[in-house]
Design a binder for this molecule. Structure first.
Ligand code: HEC
Ligand code: HEC
Length: 288
């Protein structure tokens, strides 16, 4: 043992360690701190025993209290479901067109439909259902597949070109890709389509395009260009465009036939949620 050395300035004993003439004061941790430290260690051991704590090769230590957040959540969800139970039943048994007559049921359907829309539909149709290029706005009264509540319900259940047997299905020919029309004919037809909204810049071309339209397009878009909802063929005479109303977008639509796909939701969402979604979308403003 070396002899004790006391620092003159502070009057505190040093540890005897010295670097370049600098000595380390011997100042141990306060007792109360050390005891608190030990106490927390003991507490943590108790905690490991009581609660799920350590990962193991096949799972984790469960703890003697049997606490599980998953079980708690499952229980809470079950309680919430039970509370909603009677309304869910009412929604399931009420025909679609009668739901709006019952304010309580309508509120329930709107809340459920709105929540389900936010999770499942917003990624494609937008938070407020405003749509994007290729993804229709669901707030307006312009419908590809019909805006009556049972038509909307059908679209949601089975999707569009989704591969489901009952899907809303039809395919505009790929006039350019499949060489059904050459570039000039496509350009002429696009001019005619533009003329339907008074935007054509070349009347001679539009005149030629009119003949092609009559031969090729009216079976789906109708004589007047207003479209047919049973074929999902949009109205070409209004200001609402799924893919764009400028000439390059129209040429591209004729060239490729587009063919947007919306997934089928039956089987992915339960029947009550599907109904609530139909009510919600129908209520967005454009329902017929
Ligand atoms: C993966 C993207 C995608 C998701 C997710 C999606 N949709 Fe769609 N939806 C589309 C596309 C694309 C169309 C247009 C199909 C077409 O070109 O005819 C469409 C069309 C529709 C239509 C028909 C609109 C009309 O004018 O007739 C309705 C109604 C609709 N969606 C509702 C929903 C609802 C409700 C959900 C959520 C449960 C949903 N969609 C989720 C892509 C999607
Ligand atoms: C077999 C039916 C069918 C025929 C024939 C057809 N279309 Fe279409 N057309 C559709 C459908 C369905 C859509 C919607 C595609 C989608 O939703 O992705 C569409 C979309 C369009 C669009 C895009 C509209 C928008 O809002 O962006 C244009 C433009 C168009 N068609 C023009 C034509 C022209 C011009 C012809 C004739 C040369 C034609 N179509 C022939 C069914 C048809």
């Amino acid at each position: 043992m070396t002899t004790k050395h006391v620092d003159h300035v502070t009057g505190v004993e040093t540890t005897g360690h010295e670097w370049d003439g600098i000595r380390e004061l011997n100042k141990p941790l306060p007792r109360w701190w050390v005891w608190t430290f030990y106490a927390t260690i003991i507490w943590s051991i108790g905690y490991w025993v009581a609660y799920p704590a350590w990962p193991t090769l096949v799972g984790y230590t469960k703890g003697v209290l049997g606490y599980s957040q998953r079980a708690t959540v499952t229980e809470e969800v079950a309680t919430a479901r039970a509370a909603q139970g009677s309304r869910r039943e009412a929604l399931a048994s009420t025909p679609l067109d009668q739901i709006k007559a019952n304010p309580d049921l309508l509120r329930f359907a709107m809340a459920g439909g709105g929540a389900a829309f936010g999770t499942n539909c917003a990624p494609c149709h937008g938070r407020s259902a405003q749509g994007f290029v290729g993804y229709p706005n669901l707030n307006d009264d312009d419908w590809l597949w019909g805006g009556k509540i049972d038509e909307i319900y059908k679209t949601i259940q089975y999707g569009v070109r989704s591969g489901h047997k009952q899907a809303q299905d039809s395919q505009m020919p790929k006039y350019g890709i499949d060489k059904l029309l050459d570039d000039k004919q496509i350009d002429d037809t696009a001019e005619y389509v533009l003329s339907l909204t008074g935007k054509a810049t070349n009347t001679a071309a539009a005149e030629r395009g009119k003949k092609i339209f009559a031969e090729q397009c009216v079976s789906c878009h109708a004589e007047d260009g207003k479209g047919k909802a049973d074929l999902g063929a949009p109205n070409l005479t209004d200001a609402i465009w799924l893919y764009g109303g400028e000439k390059p977008a129209i040429v591209e639509s004729i060239r490729t036939g587009r063919g947007g796909v919306m997934p089928a939701w039956q089987g992915r969402l339960d029947a009550v949620t599907l109904k609530a979604l139909a009510v919600y979308v129908h209520s967005l403003g454009g329902g017929r």
